[in-house]
Design a protein around this ligand. Structure first.
Ligand code: PRX
Length: 656
């Protein structure tokens, strides 16, 4: 990390917007001025302009019971109507909503009229199956149109979706289904990945095997056509959609009606179910999607490469773009299959003009070399976005030069599952950009960088990133655990308050303000890792490792990795009784497979080191900092607080 910080401090390249771009950009400096003059007035004006309210709101924010906020509380809207029907009613039914590009090369264009019709039918299926407003529906699907359709159908009904990334295991699926008491699971027979068919339904069957779950039905989309086991509760998606009425009139729900739960890793224990609601969430998503990407819905082709299983997919594949009536690419596959130019081929094919992706992908492409993208016509691109982890200046420059033809603005967007929408980003056409910096809070968002005592750090200094005022897309809580919600995010700076007297939101990220006051993100300050832009918890992987009969103790660290940002590295102590009998290679393979099976392939450790003891303080706390030194091949830091100082010597010698 220290190398990276030095690098950032020396970064002096600047890119001013071209006058041509500024002349046409959606965003303008007035947005900042308006928000500055009247923050709540600004958000209520944006909400009225960007969304259709069945019943207009009269109140903007209720922050009388912090940290529980209510936005646009007395208004009523239907989220799916905002993403679908109103575009059709406005005469844009023929506009393509989704250019679906399947992994095997199949493709399908779906217009707003078609998408609306499909969602209406899917909603009628949910009603037929007894799903009601407020019920939870688990969605476990590949990146196919039915994923978007399912989410919108659930939203249309005022029910709550919980999308579980298709790469998660049966056990992860089970714990999420149970935590939310889901009544229905929507899945597929399987999906395509890197030229092969991979199964999904068996994981659902395994998750529901014990028979004591809240799930009443499983709706199965036929994607691959592979054989699947069939249970009484299972229904084919296509049969059900064909059997229901085509019409469905969207009902209005209160602005604070829950929209979805999305599980994300924290510092301790099981993943947290982050709860988002309707009106505020959709307002900030529509606003940021329009202004951060300079969206022109009539002419742009937008592509966000995230999977709908993550927050970026929720906010910037489904809700933001569809609320804005955008045309977008939905891609099922991976960047390198069947050839390493697949993404660039897609950009050429659909004339993609706005691309939103993660630094890890950019770094992978950098490694492969510019000759691959240079074989394709990428001149349609006019805005590039980055999200999920800090982007190093070299990757930012490469993105701009090689993908953006040395002219496109690059926006580095900082936000989180919890924030629901983009919080810190340059605005194209307005901001002079700096490679590697997320730079400025978006209009209407109040960000600060504080030291541990809650004092503003001042220009040129580093500290902790906080949000000082409530924001429309903020999480409304952790599903079923209000105490954990308070403790995790709002208690850190107790005693320090925002302008209106409320508590400060602690994001868990380190940040630095440069001499202009611009924000540079420096990574997590807690035990959350970021691997390829995906959040993983050290505690969760440790508890999976110790759940295995071979393991006595385990410590997991995120070690920096050139391509994935961080990589999972584990240190395990094997039970005495087992240590003699198995080889290190075997133990390694068994434990890596175990973690992949328990949590999902993304959590599989890159390396597992078998050690005799873990470095601990006298009070028994594992000193991960020292293990990170070892994992990153550095000289081990200060060991004076260890209970047994020799242990680090032994560990580092073993690693050599
Ligand atoms: O550490 C920050 C990092 O990703 C974390 C949030 O992860 P998640 O909830 O999975 O959401 C990712 C997509 C929004 C943050 O706490 N992060 C996200 N974007 C950036 C970032 N770090 C630096 N720069 C970013 N642009």
């Amino acid at each position: 990390m220290s190398v990276q910080i030095d690098h950032l401090l020396n970064e002096s390249r600047r890119f001013a917007p071209t006058p041509e771009f500024s002349a046409q950009s959606a965003a303008s400096p007035e947005l900042y001025a308006d928000a500055q003059a009247d923050r709540l007035g600004f958000w209520s004006a944006q909400s009225r302009e960007l969304l259709h309210w069945h019943k207009p709101f009269t109140k903007t924010l209720d922050w009388t019971n912090p940290p529980f906020a209510k936005w646009f509380e007395d208004g009523e809207l239907n989220v799916a109507y905002n993403c679908l029907d109103r575009h059709v009613l406005a005469g844009n039914g023929d506009r393509v909503a989704l250019h679906f590009e399947g992994e095997p090369g199949d493709s399908r264009d779906i217009t707003y009229a078609e998408l609306t019709a499909e969602v209406k039918r899917a909603t009628n299926v949910l009603i037929k199956l007894g799903v009601k407003a407020g019920d939870r529906v688990a969605i476990y699907l590949p990146m196919i149109p039915e994923a978007v359709i399912s989410m919108l159908a659930v939203a249309r009904l005022g029910a709550v979706h919980s999308v579980i990334f298709g790469g998660f295991s049966a056990e992860s699926l089970r714990s999420r289904i149970d935590d939310a008491n889901a009544v229905l699971v929507i899945t597929a027979d399987g999906g395509f990945r890197k030229g092969r068919v991979s199964a999904l339904k068996p994981a659902v069957d395994a998750a529901l095997q014990s028979g004591d779950s809240s799930v009443e039905n499983v709706l199965v989309v036929k994607r691959t056509g592979q054989d699947v086991e069939w249970n009484d509760r299972d229904l084919w998606w296509h049969d059900e959609l064909a059997s229901v009425d085509a019409e469905h009139e969207a009902e209005a729900f209160p602005a604070e009606n829950p929209l979805f739960i999305l599980y994300t890793s924290g510092t301790t224990g099981a993943p947290k179910g982050i709860l988002h609601t309707s009106g505020g969430y959709l307002t900030q998503n529509a606003f940021t999607h329009k202004n951060v990407f300079d969206l022109k819905p009539e002419t742009d082709v937008y592509w966000c490469t995230a999977d709908v299983g993550w927050i970026t997919g929720h906010s910037y594949v489904v809700y933001g773009p569809l609320a804005n009536g955008a045309t977008q690419v939905l891609f099922e596959g991976t960047p390198d299959s069947p050839h390493p130019g697949r993404w660039w081929e897609i950009i050429e094919k659909y004339k993609v003009s706005i691309l939103y992706t993660a630094p890890t992908a950019i770094r992978t492409f950098m490694k492969l070399g510019r000759q691959i993208p240079q074989k394709f016509d990428l001149t349609s691109l006019r805005v590039l976005g980055s999200v999920g982890e800090p982007i190093n200046p070299e990757a930012w420059m490469w993105y701009r030069e090689v993908i953006g033809g040395n002219i496109t603005p690059v926006v580095d967007t900082w936000w989180q599952t919890e924030t629901g929408a983009i919080m810190v980003s340059a605005l194209p056409g307005v901001t002079e950009t700096k490679p590697g910096a997320a730079q400025v809070a978006i209009p209407g968002i109040a960000i600060d960088v504080l030291d541990d005592d809650g004092t503003h750090v001042g220009h040129g200094n580093g500290g902790l990133l906080v949000v000082t005022e409530p924001w429309p897309a903020m999480l409304r809580g952790i599903w079923g655990d209000p105490e954990r919600f308070k403790e995790t995010y709002w208690d850190k700076f107790e005693g320090t308050t925002g302008a209106k007297g409320g508590p400060l939101y602690f994001a868990g990220d380190g940040a630095r303000l440069d001499d202009d006051g611009d924000i540079w993100l420096l990574g997590r300050v807690d035990d959350v890792m970021n691997v390829s832009g995906h959040r993983l918890s050290t505690a969760e992987i440790e508890s999976s490792l110790v759940a295995h009969p071979l393991t006595a103790e385990a410590a997991v660290v995120g070690a920096s990795d050139e391509v994935t940002g961080q990589a999972v590295v584990a240190f395990v102590v094997i039970k005495f009784s087992q240590a003699e009998t198995a080889s290190h290679e075997d133990i390694n393979a068994v434990l890596r497979a175990h973690v992949a099976q328990q949590i999902g392939a993304i959590a599989r450790p890159r390396e597992i080191f078998i050690v005799d003891e873990l470095p601990k303080t006298r009070s028994g706390k594992i000193m991960r900092r020292l293990l990170r030194d070892v994992a990153e091949g550095r000289e081990v830091g200060d060991t004076s607080t260890l209970a047994d100082t020799s242990v680090m010597q032994i560990i580092s010698q073993k690693m050599k």
